[in-house]
Ligand binder design. Structure first.
Ligand code: HEC
Length: 291
């Protein structure tokens, strides 16, 4: 302790009892702070290490500290400046003078295997195929609708009739409707190809829409096409609307009411029970009529 005290010329204390601590004048206080966290140095000083008085002690410690710091920083430099090649640079090390080694033959980048060519091209040989590569579930159609409305509807419209917002504002060409006979008959793989490679002035969406989403969209386009041409026989049994829809002689214009074709009941008439029906039902005890 005697040696340590030499650092401070006039030791004062703050606090009382066990918490009292000496306050050193500024510069030697800083040094003490530096070595305070280093028990070996403190121990060395306590044991009276060094014999030539306080000034040379301090010099010695400073020198040791700077040595340690220099050693530490040079360590880091060693790691930073390593012998290495910049990517795709010229190298004298290899016979072909390329720093880059060619990949092993047959190597495939991760996630790039694409063994299932139909899934990634929509083609069987050179021709577009007409099967979905996976089963169409409700989730597939929901996802397809979501993606279609994001990526295709701005031009093709949510109905797929080609009356989207973008063409209405002067896009060079109006897209064809998906409900024309040619596109209704077009195989599924054809749509995959159009999304993947674009068509005419339509850009491709290969980078925005990954292959599984492309198939989801295609399934939804088929559903859209069906929705415009469905007949009663397409509706599964048990989900059919029981009555025939009314036939109109004049469809209403909005300002005028629709005129029904002769011999058709209006939906209200069709579904409402007449007073006679209700009375006969009441007589059979099936129905209470409050009159
Ligand atoms: C920027 C507007 C735009 C977007 C977005 C767009 N299309 Fe098109 N699409 C067009 C235009 C315009 C054409 C007609 C191109 C032509 O004839 O040069 C077209 C044509 C098509 C055709 C018809 C090809 C044929 O044989 O006539 C299909 C199928 C099609 N698009 C599918 C899609 C699908 C699926 C999406 C969404 C992933 C999509 N499009 C997104 C503008 C767009």
């Amino acid at each position: 302790m005697a040696r340590l005290r030499q650092f401070g010329s006039a030791n004062r204390s703050v606090g009382t009892g066990a918490r009292a601590r000496p306050v050193e004048p500024s510069s030697s206080g800083l040094l003490r702070l530096l070595i305070g966290g280093c028990p070996p140095v403190v121990r060395f000083l306590r044991q009276g290490g060094g014999s030539s008085g306080c000034f040379s002690d301090r010099l010695l410690i400073l020198a040791a500290l700077s040595l340690v710091m220099a050693a530490a920083s040079s360590c880091r430099l060693d790691m930073q400046v390593q012998p290495r090649e910049n990517p795709l640079s010229k190298s004298d090390f290899y016979a072909d003078q390329r720093s880059e080694r060619p990949p092993v033959e047959g190597a495939v980048a991760r996630d790039d295997l694409r063994e299932d060519t139909y899934f990634y091209t929509g083609k069987i040989g050179d021709n577009p195929g007409d099967v979905m590569p996976f089963a169409v579930t409700k989730e597939v159609l929901n996802r397809g609708r979501e993606r279609f409305n994001i990526f295709c509807a701005p031009c093709h419209s949510r109905l797929g009739d080609g009356n989207g917002f973008v063409p209405s504002r002067g896009f060079a060409r109006k897209p064809p409707s998906f409900h024309i006979a040619r596109l209704e008959k077009a195989p599924l793989g054809y749509f995959f190809d159009v999304i993947t490679n674009g068509f005419g002035i339509m850009p491709d969406y290969a980078s925005q829409i990954p292959p599984p989403d492309r198939w989801d969209i295609i399934a939804y386009i088929r559903a859209l096409q069906l929705s415009q041409n469905a007949t009663m026989s397409d509706v599964p049994a048990g989900q059919q609307v029981p009555s025939e829809p009314p036939k109109f002689r004049e469809p209403g214009s909005g300002a005028t009411l629709p005129v029904l074709a002769p011999g058709t009941k209006s939906p209200e008439e069709g579904s409402q029970n007449t007073k006679d029906d209700m009375q006969s039902a009441a007589m059979k005890g099936n129905l209470q009529v409050n009159q």
